[in-house]
Design a binder for this molecule. Sequence first.
Ligand code: AAT
Length: 279
Amino acid sequence: MALWFSEQASDGHRLEWKIQKMLYSGQSPYQTIEVLDTEAFGPSLVLDGIMQTTTGDEFIYHEMLAWVPLATHPHPERVLIIGGGDGGLARDVLRSPDVKEVHLVEIDPLVVEVSRTYLHRHVAAFDDPRLSLITADGMEYLKRPDIPAYDVILVDSTDPEGTGPGAVLYTPAFHQRVFSALAPDGLYVQQTGTPIYNPEVLKEASHSVAEIFPLCRVYWCSVPTYPGGFFTFTSGSKVHDLARPSRTASMPQGEWYTPEIHRAAFALPPMIERLIPPS
Ligand code: AAT
């Protein structure tokens, strides 16, 4: 009989994945970690029972989280990633021109180790000399007195619901720390989930970011892996408007991102506009 992994999207809706093989199962101090070889999308990382990234559709999320801000900032040389221990986001950040240095702050070294073993499509960045891996909680890292000013800060974290370590990254106190750690024309993006089922994550994060940053914009892409499909990112910027990018043509050739997709990503349905602050 076939084995299926099931994730509850809401009380009356769930997503199921046909599993070819359980590749890894373990427990870190922060979360349960599984790698499942799915029939649809290949090796995939599951944390605390929630599908985080798959080999088959990871490019949509990672290209959009990396390249929308990097095409907007005129000279993004130093980038901070919080979370993202699978390496997929760092890989795409390092594919962008101008990026000289990436600091990846991941709380859970076991996610990095397991990803390096099983998620071959994700992990090339760990061998790139421009990447520094720092094992720390993102909030605690930003409290360090000696950190440099970043051009771009990206949060690629687990969702804030539940008991996982991601919740702190959605608080106004964290957004204030991000603002302080950015250069005078720096910009910030964080994943804010699928508002079809979890509208409060986008609502609360976007209002918090808009209180602190002069510009707050929300954009989206479509990710089959995440329940609801319609997946959002919330950005805060000091100067540059992510909806009016200056360098889209210099981004690498991807599988999802294009200059037109970049601009189209800021067109939002009324049900989303109603949740977020006016821009
Ligand atoms: N690249 C897509 C994968 C993820 S996993 C998110 C990572 O964030 C995990 O490895 C987790 O350990 C790390 N993380 C969570 N909280 C913190 C924290 N406070 N500081 C540093 N790292 C943290 C994201 C998928 C998005 C899923 C959408 N549903």
